[in-house]
Design a protein around this ligand. Structure first.
Ligand code: CA
Length: 221
């Protein structure tokens, strides 16, 4: 899952990127508000982490622009801790959550996970379909209680399909959400990856819809 980080302070952006990467997300960065607005409007992200104080265009304006464009991507706003005014404005502008600086990276990750769960209307940190389980906190996959060894790429693929279960996801969308931007995959890479993952998890969890993409149905077994 790709997450957009709009933050001009390189140190903080680095920390956030690292921690998100370690949690299996694909972080992408913008250092100013204009670029952040552009990326958020034109690319497909699971969520955005948006700083308020940004060069070129401030975070609140970025958020208002996104919402005015009808973009409902979940957004966590980074505010100055003491500034309640910013928080109120942020919520009015359409933020889903906010975090006062300085904050603990663990808290950011926990809030991001909670937000993604809410979006997927899922209450637990475990995504489950039939006997297949994916534990978002421990980053583990199991079938019938039996733990499976999966690569980070396979994990990202499974996590994306499970977050979007019940929906057919095209190969392009999958590739966009599981590969890093500098890792251009081959045209059949997703197909190969799905095949490999299918053999590992067994059953008919991942369905192919020829010409459309892949699907994990709500009642898959
Ligand atoms: Ca800033």
């Amino acid at each position: 899952m790709r997450v957009l980080i709009v933050e001009d302070e390189t140190k903080i952006a680095d920390l956030i990127s690292d921690v998100l990467e370690a949690e299996g997300f694909i972080p992408e960065r913008a250092e100013d508000g204009e670029k952040g607005w552009y990326l958020g409007s034109t690319e497909n992200y699971a969520a955005a982490i948006l700083d308020i104080g940004l060069p070129k265009l401030d975070g609140l304006s970025v958020l208002r622009n996104w919402r005015a464009e009808g973009l409902d991507m979940p957004v966590i706003l980074l505010t100055a801790k003491s500034n309640w005014n910013e928080k109120v404005e942020g919520i009015d502008a359409g933020a889903d959550d906010y975090l006062g600086k300085p904050f603990q990276m663990e808290e950011l990750v926990a809030r991001l996970r909670a937000l993604l769960r809410r979006t997927a209307s899922q209450k637990s940190t475990i995504l489950e379909v039939g006997t297949l389980k994916l534990d978002l906190r421990q980053m583990r996959v199991s079938v019938d209680g039996r733990p499976l060894k999966v690569t980070p790429l396979e994990y990202r693929l499974l996590s994306y399909l499970l977050h979007n279960r019940g929906a057919v996801i095209s190969q392009e969308t999958l590739a966009e959400n599981i590969y890093y931007r500098d890792q251009e995959p081959d045209s059949n890479a997703v197909e190969v990856l799905v095949g490999r993952l299918r053999r590992k998890i067994g059953g008919n969890f991942i369905e192919t819809r020829r010409g459309f993409g892949y699907l994990i149905a709500e009642d898959a077994t």
